[in-house]
Design a protein around this ligand. Structure first.
Ligand code: CP
Ligand code: NVA
Length: 308
């Protein structure tokens, strides 16, 4: 059983599908879980901004009978005012779990290595595992059978793309990724996901051609072209990524009923048009809702027991 939730790569195929099944249950019967984390406290460390992640972790803890403490980017100033090891050694004395959103992925690994309490990765520059779990739960709700599914990701080979690759590998589905040249997913992540895929029969296809990636897809996913921390590259990236916009023409190359997915926040008119994100095929708010349900299960699995 996993002791922290840092990467979907660390989950077994069984654990991945267990989280999917348990999420279905908690979403249908939330009242059964309302005191499961009574008297437990989650610390939420944010080194970057957030709407969905903050709301869903905080509301999730409240719905489970526990509490959450929010620490803004100006509080800890991890790596500047205090290192991850010392933060972990302090935190473990006060709380039952730590959620962290930061820049360097290594900080999450160091924090988890130091703290006796479970650590949950709520986004780093490398990964966004809670998002991909909610996304695959959404796909399962809509499609039932993940193994027969083809997901197309169009845009930057970023944290969200990396976690989708890992989730696809555990789910056993087909995923195609179209990025501009030079913005492909990290080869080390692709290699690890391919290793995971040998167990499930998942398939990967990387291309620089969005049309090729979305051809026959059941779902088309995109994310912002410049992630948090890359704001100064926004203008330059807008030019490079212009032909990767998910618009009506591109969606027409996927299956007629293909879903549109986005982790949000979206830059409407850039990576996706209003017409697509507001269409009946768009499930972006289902994805956002499902962050709550899936993270409640992740917190339960990690925090119900005492310590690591
Ligand atoms: N999708 C997501 O993580 O949203 P926030 O950045 O608002 O938390
Ligand atoms: N790739 C985006 C995801 C935001 C939820 C970012 O890191 O800013």
């Amino acid at each position: 059983m996993f002791e922290d939730f840092i990467s979907i790569h660390d989950l077994s195929v069984y654990e991945f599908s267990q989280i999917m099944d348990m999420t279905e249950n908690i979403k249908a019967r939330p009242q059964r879980y309302r005191s499961k984390l009574k008297d437990k406290v989650l610390a939420m460390i944010f080194q970057k901004p957030s709407l969905r992640t903050r709301m869903t972790f905080e509301v999730g803890m409240l719905q489970l009978g526990g509490e959450a403490v929010y620490l803004s980017p100006s509080d800890i100033q991890m790596g500047k005012r205090e290192n991850p090891y010392d933060v972990g050694k302090n935190m473990e004395r006060w709380v039952d779990g730590i959620m962290i959103r930061t820049f360097a992925h290594q900080e999450v690994i160091d924090l988890a290595g130091a703290a006796k309490v479970p650590v949950i990765n709520a986004l780093t520059d490398l990964l966004h595992p809670c998002q991909a779990m909610a996304d695959f739960f959404t796909l399962k709700e809509k499609h039932k059978n993940l193994t027969s599914l083809k997901l197309a990701y169009v845009g930057d080979g970023n944290n969200v793309c990396h976690s989708l690759l890992f989730a696809a590998a555990k789910a056993g589905c087909q995923i195609s990724v179209a990025t501009p040249s030079g913005f492909e997913p990290d080869p080390e992540i692709v290699k690890q996901a391919e290793e995971d895929a040998t167990e499930t029969g998942a398939g990967f296809f990387l291309t620089n051609d969005p049309s090729q990636a979305v051809e026959g897809a059941d779902a088309v996913y995109t994310d912002v072209w410049a992630s948090m921390g890359q704001e100064e590259q926004e203008k330059e990236r807008a030019k490079i990524f212009a032909s990767f916009q998910v618009n009506r023409e591109l969606m027409a190359k996927a299956k007629p009923d293909a879903l549109f997915m986005h982790c949000l926040p979206a830059h409407r008119g850039e990576e996706v048009t209003d017409e697509v994100i507001d269409s009946p095929q768009s499930v972006v708010f289902d994805q956002a809702e499902n962050r709550l349900h899936v993270q409640k299960i992740i917190m339960l699995l990690l925090m119900e027991k005492k310590q690591k």
